[in-house]
Design a protein around this ligand. Structure first.
Ligand code: GLY
Length: 413
């Protein structure tokens, strides 16, 4: 098949790689020129993308990031002979509005953290709740915020400070949720669904904070690991019963014809699993470990989903090895960071795959940094300790002046 993957990150590079390995002709529309199949068209220029797809006889578009889905790329290609894999704009509220997503969860008995929604900014009432809960809570901005709209606190001072941050950023029209702060291990479950049937990927964990020991600022993700050893069959059954099946039943009840990838961000507490959020796409950097680990043919899986035949396969299969991804970032990320630093890769003994994110090429063919998360190093092994050594050795064999990475990816917190 001729397929276009759209998006500028390492996740899209990993999707393109998997589809390429399965024998497709794959174009990666990522505003770049690093690899031969990269296409330098703006990812939100739907008109140009359509022209390009027509020119190259592309039959299928896979969308990486949520913002393009929220902008309605799936609807844009409706009534053309190009299929877009991703939900229609009407169903993107599951990620683009935390409040609407919570209403959906509540209505459909999806187990989620207790919350109070503020559709209007009632500052005094919010401060009263912060005091009552002693600041032990999570403030979530209602809209898309690229991972920066979720602020966690465990005392009143921090909670009030977080409120001020959101108020400064979003002004008086700020809509938000106050959610109870749950304690436990977080995990990500990706899935693929046609709205009636759903198949889940094996569990993965991402490392969201910028520094070791899960400290520092929230980022897009600093690394990932799959599988997750503490996910037993019992825990998985509970996740299915309390979160995944109620979601699908909710789609059926509410006539939501969701089609695409669906990501469940889950926290496992002493009281069981709770859904923290839906994302309407695959996770980054979880995809960079899940797709290399996936034995099932992704092209078939997507086509079965598009044809509403997902019930024709049993389960999605994965290799039994551990897969780990480490993000090499530019120092300062997720705040300010330098770009245009030359990247040198010592390819000798590099037992890792590299997926590109914030990278570009100059006129002399040098690779340069061009973003906060620069690239992802991925490898696999039966032995987790050996895998960590391999990945960190690869990190030492890649150099750029502002290179920064966490040293503890693979540790279970
Ligand atoms: N890894 C978190 C996300 O993709 O949102």
């Amino acid at each position: 098949m001729n397929i276009a993957v759209i998006g500028k990150g390492a996740r899209e590079d990993a999707i393109a790689q998997k589809l390429l390995n399965e024998g497709n002709k794959v174009y990666l529309i990522n505003e770049s020129n690093i690899k031969n199949n990269n296409v330098n068209i703006k990812v939100d220029d739907f008109f140009k993308i359509k022209e390009f797809c027509n020119h190259k006889n592309i039959e299928l578009i896979i969308v990486g990031p949520e913002d393009l889905l929220v902008k309605g790329i799936t609807d844009y290609f409706n009534n053309t002979n190009i299929k877009v894999f991703g939900p229609k704009q009407d169903y993107t509220f599951l990620e683009s509005s935390k409040i609407k997503a919570k209403y959906f969860m509540k209505k459909n008995e999806v187990q989620t953290a207790p919350y109070i929604a503020f559709e209007k900014f009632e500052e005094n009432k919010i401060k009263q709740i912060i005091n009552e809960k002693k600041g032990n809570l999570v403030l979530k901005y209602d809209g898309l915020a690229a991972g920066k709209g979720v602020l966690i606190s465990n005392n009143i001072k921090d909670a009030l400070n977080n409120l001020e941050v959101l108020k400064t950023k979003y002004g008086k029209n700020l809509k938000l949720i106050i959610e109870d702060r749950l304690i436990g291990s977080e995990l990500s479950i990706m899935s693929i669904t046609d709205g009636k049937n759903i198949k889940i990927f094996q569990a993965s964990q991402d490392y969201k904070l910028s520094h070791n020991f899960n400290k520092g600022l929230n980022t897009g993700g600093m690394g990932a690991i799959t599988p997750v050893d503490f996910i037993t069959d019992n825990i998985l059954s509970e996740i299915k019963k309390k979160i995944i099946m109620p979601t699908i039943n909710g789609f059926k009840k509410e006539n939501i014809h969701y089609l695409g990838f669906l990501y469940f961000g889950i926290i496992l507490t002493k009281e069981g699993p709770f859904l923290l959020e839906y994302n309407i796409r695959l996770g980054d950097p979880e995809t960079q470990v899940l797709l290399p680990a996936m034995k099932t043919n992704l092209t078939n899986l997507i086509n079965l989903t598009l044809d509403k035949n997902l019930d024709k396969i049993e389960e999605i299969e994965f290799n039994s090895q551990y897969y780990m991804s480490l993000v090499l970032a530019s120092k300062g990320y997720p705040l300010d960071y330098a770009t245009n630093k030359i990247i040198k890769i010592n390819k000798k003994d590099l037992n890792c795959n590299i997926f590109y994110a914030g990278v570009k090429k100059d006129e002399n063919n040098n690779l340069l940094t061009n973003g906060g998360r620069v690239l992802n190093i991925v490898s696999s092994d039966n032995n987790l300790e050996r895998l960590k050594n391999t990945v960190y050795k690869c990190a030492e064999n890649i150099d750029f002046e502002t290179k920064y990475y966490r040293d503890d990816i693979g540790t279970i917190y």
